[in-house]
Design a protein around this ligand. Structure first.
Ligand code: SF4
Length: 330
């Protein structure tokens, strides 16, 4: 239940605003000039707000498509991301959004058509390069699909550009619009996974790993390409046993030919972000584990990162080709 919805005056009559408001008939509606007056307010507490976030409907003015951070990619030479939304309905303890934004309120930018224009511009400027777009870097790309309809909106655009890849990265078990349309070869349905034991204490409000594997299996059977994202890798007692179980389970649950790529990523935070997140959850065991500080990045020791990545890679190579495995550092 969303108690209050703030609506920028500029988009109050936008058809998508009306479409979204129709789903929240009991919410209190308040008009505002700019989303930033609510979202960027000082002295907000992300943790308190996260218990009961409000929704902000806004117009995005710029920065529709941005270059992906260095070290983020699955084989293309050019990588870009876009976010139709800020923040997430889930509450993963390691989520970088809680250190990036001061507000836990959800912002949905309703002017999807401006994303379309920017995506096309980027494609035209990089016509000779292999491009991957990542949807939803500042949110979960599909968790609120039944409210926003963003994937449903953007898929037809990518149908026009079969040589350009788009990845929807999610922890949701959202099946639509994907189960109702024909699979597209340039779409990667990417799922973030970690062993059940870790997920049940860190992936708050997120569908269980077994539910995620079921959806992966259903989408793969329908013909969609799957990305497996073991990111972040979480260190702990019995991590080898737990990751081995998880990887074996996944590789034995879905048709291997449906797997587009597998990536692993370390648990890493810029120092300032780590400080802010630590302040929110000072008793969280994840943040008091064997983390080290090097070059202003808080992460596991390089030796641990390396050992975990190599372990997952070796297990993966029992099933897949080396060219399908990636290490991400962003
Ligand atoms: S699903 Fe992703 S975006 Fe959402 S809370 Fe978890 S880590 Fe953050």
């Amino acid at each position: 239940m969303i108690e209050t919805i703030y609506i920028e005056k500029k988009i109050k009559n936008h058809p998508r605003t009306k479409f979204i408001l129709n789903k929240f008939k009991k919410s209190r509606l308040l008009e505002i000039d700019k989303y930033t007056e609510i979202f960027n307010k000082r002295s907000q507490n992300f943790r308190i707000q996260k218990a009961n976030p409000n929704l902000i409907l806004a117009h995005k003015n710029d920065g529709f498509v941005l270059p992906a951070p260095e070290g983020f990619g699955i084989g293309s030479s050019e990588n870009f991301y876009f976010s139709h939304m800020f923040n997430c309905i889930y509450d993963c303890r390691y989520c970088f959004l809680q250190g990036m934004f001061s507000s836990a309120n959800y912002v949905i930018f309703v002017n999807f058509e401006d994303f379309d224009i920017s995506i096309k511009n980027v494609i035209n400027k990089n016509i000779n390069s292999k491009i991957t777009f990542f949807s939803g870097y500042d949110c979960d790309s599909l968790a609120l699909e039944n409210v926003t309809g963003f994937a449903k909106h953007i898929l037809p655009l990518f149908k026009q550009y079969p040589e350009v890849d788009i990845e929807f990265r999610t922890k949701s078990i959202q099946r639509e619009p994907f189960m109702s349309i024909e699979p597209m070869k340039n779409v990667i349905m990417a799922y973030s996974l970690m062993p059940d034991l870790m997920s049940s204490s860190l992936d708050n409000k997120v569908p269980s790993i077994s539910k995620r594997i079921k959806v992966i299996s259903d989408l793969a059977s329908k013909g969609w390409k799957i990305g497996l994202r073991f990111d972040p890798l979480i260190y702990g007692q019995d991590w080898k046993f737990l990751y081995e179980n998880l990887l074996e389970k996944v590789y034995n649950s879905i048709p291997l030919e449906s797997i587009h790529s597998v990536s692993v990523g370390p648990l890493r935070f810029p120092k300032k972000m780590f400080k802010d997140i630590f302040k929110l959850y000072p008793k969280e065991p994840l943040f008091t584990g064997p983390l080290s500080n090097s070059k202003d990045i808080i992460s596991y020791d390089m030796k641990i990162e390396e050992e975990m990545s190599v372990f997952c890679k070796n297990l993966t190579l029992k099933y897949l080709d080396n060219s399908q495995f990636f290490r991400c550092f962003a």
